[in-house]
Ligand binder design. Sequence first.
Ligand SMILES: [Cu+2]
Length: 121
Amino acid sequence: MKKITLGLVCLGAFLTSAYVLAAPTAALAQGTVREFSVRGDGFAFSPSRIEVQKDDIVKITFTAVDIPHSFSMDGPYRIAKRAGAGQTVTFEFRASGSERFYCNLTQDERCKGMHGELVVK
Ligand SMILES: [Cu+2]
């Protein structure tokens, strides 16, 4: 699509926004969807560090590989998403600030040592 099409007054808002979405510009810095697959396995998160920009929509696909685990965050997020052994849960949130994430399940003491970090820049 050429820029000249943007100048056509008769183009509807739909086409205009479609053009904006297709253009990889800095205008997309806010509200960009960021997808991450996170595994909980062996009492560790992988990856254990997730880095996003403020206001990004963070979409997490969390899989508990060996035993049930959860992806939990306090602060403004208040998330506790549990996945059974071998199961996956998907959820999303808007990044507002850096926060630690952890497993809040009590089935095994070692879950207390399971944590990672959401870094919001
Ligand atoms: Cu756990």
